[in-house]
Design a binder for this molecule. Sequence first.
Ligand SMILES: C[S@@+](CC[C@H](N)C(=O)[O-])C[C@H]1O[C@@H](n2cnc3c(N)ncnc32)[C@H](O)[C@@H]1O
Length: 209
Amino acid sequence: MDDKSIIKSYKRVSGFYDYTFGQIFRPGQKKLVSMMECSKTDRVLEIGIGTGTSYKYYPEETKVTGIDISPDMLKKAKKNIIKHDLKNKNVLMMNGEQLTFEDNSFDKVVGMYVVSVTQNPDLLINEMKRVCKPNGDIYLVNHFSFETDSKFLKILEKGLMPVSKYLGWRPYFPFSEFNAYAKLNVQSISKVNIFDYWGIIHAINSPAS
Ligand SMILES: C[S@@+](CC[C@H](N)C(=O)[O-])C[C@H]1O[C@@H](n2cnc3c(N)ncnc32)[C@H](O)[C@@H]1O
């Protein structure tokens, strides 16, 4: 999955995203934002903001910047901000693998359903860690494969890997492989959404012990 094909596939889905994927992803967005316990002073960055459907779950006074590489998804996000009169929320076109923010710029950095989609998850997580303040919070909601998942599911997901470019995401993505390079100092992992297929990962931006 290269950037061009990601942009192309989100151009295709942006028109119906909120009524389809957006509906499935909603409980995870809501739960993750409630776990964040955002304060008035928190500066939050959300990578891969998409159509901005998570924005309604943040407190009005919390300043959230959302970035995405898809101009079509961002167009929808801008409309959502205006339509729902969302305060302190903005969006920018940017690649999460090459953020233009300074080091240690944000208290909390979030990635919702983006780690399985981006071309280089290692670059994305490195950038999330770089722009997050030391001891700040990193949150992901994503489908990862865990040791405890059923064998049948793993076989199915591995079987789908050759068509991942067409699906637009990596069906088989072991968390252990991801965290071997991400080296997240994981505080909690909880399951969410239909069939508990996705996981919310909360990490502190400090070296894992
Ligand atoms: C499955 S959608 C999730 C959207 C949103 N986070 C949500 O919860 O509905 C994945 C989003 O990540 C974006 N994306 C993929 N790779 C990216 C990257 N490297 N940098 C920024 N955005 C990216 C896509 O354009 C798309 O909008």
